[in-house]
Design a protein around this ligand. Structure first.
Ligand code: ZN
Ligand code: ZN
Length: 353
């Protein structure tokens, strides 16, 4: 069965426009459609076979992939994802996702670079209706964010155990860390501690300009680590500087300039996440919006689980989950693929190897 790749590209552009997506994204599909329409069909097919579509002005990696899939008689994955959300009320879908969330797996306190004590974060989470809050302060190497040494983390674990005694029935602070993924892919904390924690989020905070091969190796090594549960803000991009209205110490480690995505083989990393049961974080911070939607779609297609987290550095930021839910809904992420829709018991059973 044959498909018309140009019609598929135009269909995608139309659906993106209707969903009010960014103009540059729509233009990518319209430009590719025009570039291909100017060529004989046989040449398009020949170039697709030879992997030479991207040599044409106006055709990029994403559009070339769509054309290749289309010529192979398959509905392009990108189109399939758009159609999956077509006709659904995305606002309603985002609300349903938000309502399904029982907790937050990435948060900071004033033990590292957050602005508030742990108990204030916990009480705000209770107010939001959460059943749990995973406390994930930074690891030692992130000195600018007052990353916790092993000793301080041990003290924090004792402190959290005490706090949990006093918190309302049905709510629990889960222990965790946002551990730095070091240059060689190892994790910046003692193995024994990583094993003890309920949830381990691992993020790249340094060497974000590593070349593609190095960054891919680094991330694959981290994902293969049995202690890693969630891959945090995987591209490291910053789409805007500090969000409006956010000031003060609550954000020190995340003070932002804009920053491009780091370069890695996303398909290889997402496949490794599936294989090693590592969830991909959908980071809700407005200045991060990480991963970008095209990568959320690819992770979804690969079969990944997700965690929709705020990366809150202050109590009010715990309410930012809504932003992550909107992005997830646009990509068609179903609630049953999101680990923080699970109960604390199911979540911690999943994170325990
Ligand atoms: Zn981070
Ligand atoms: Zn963080």
């Amino acid at each position: 069965m044959t498909r018309d790749p140009i019609a598929d590209l135009r269909r995608i552009a139309f659906l993106l426009e209707r969903a009010n997506e960014a103009t540059y994204r729509v233009r990518a599909f319209r430009s590719a459609a025009s570039a291909l329409a100017a060529l004989p069909a046989a040449e398009v097919a020949q170039r697709a076979r030879a992997g030479k579509l991207t040599e044409l002005a106006g055709v990029g990696d994403v559009t070339a992939r769509c054309v290749a899939e289309s010529l192979a008689g398959e509905e392009p994955v990108y189109l399939r994802r758009l159609l999956a959300t077509e006709g659904t009320d995305l606002d309603a879908e985002a609300s349903r996702l938000r309502a399904a969330l029982r907790g937050d797996c990435h948060t900071h306190s004033d033990w590292s670079d957050g602005g508030s004590p742990i108990e204030e974060m916990a009480l705000a989470a209770v107010e939001l209706g959460h059943e749990y809050l995973v406390l994930t302060d930074h690891s030692p190497r992130l000195k600018v964010a007052r990353g916790l040494t092993a000793d301080r983390l041990r003290r924090q674990l004792d402190h959290v155990a005490q706090l949990n005694e006093a918190l309302p029935e049905g709510f629990r602070i889960l222990t965790g860390i946002e551990v730095d993924i070091l240059a060689d892919g190892s994790l910046d904390q003692e193995e024994e501690l990583l094993a003890r924690l309920d949830v381990v989020v691992g993020s790249v905070h340094s060497g974000l300009n590593d070349d593609r091969a190095k960054m891919t190796r680094r991330m694959l090594t981290a994902v293969a680590n049995p202690h890693l549960d969630i891959l945090g803000h995987c591209t490291g991009r910053m789409v805007s500087s500090r969000p409006a209205g956010v000031t003060g110490p609550g954000d020190r480690g995340h003070r932002a300039r804009t920053r491009p995505e780091s370069d890695f083989d996303a398909d290889a990393v997402f496949a490794a996440c599936v294989e090693n049961r590592t969830a991909v974080e959908i980071n809700s911070r407005p200045e991060r919006q990480d991963p970008p939607k095209r990568l959320i779609r690819r992770a979804l297609e690969a079969g990944c689980l997700f965690a929709i987290d705020t990366d809150a550095h202050a109590p009010g930021q715990l309410d930012w989950q809504r932003f992550g839910c909107e992005r997830a809904a646009r990509c068609g992420v179903p609630a049953d693929r999101v680990i923080n829709t699970w109960t604390a018991t199911d979540l911690t059973a999943w994170t325990t190897p």
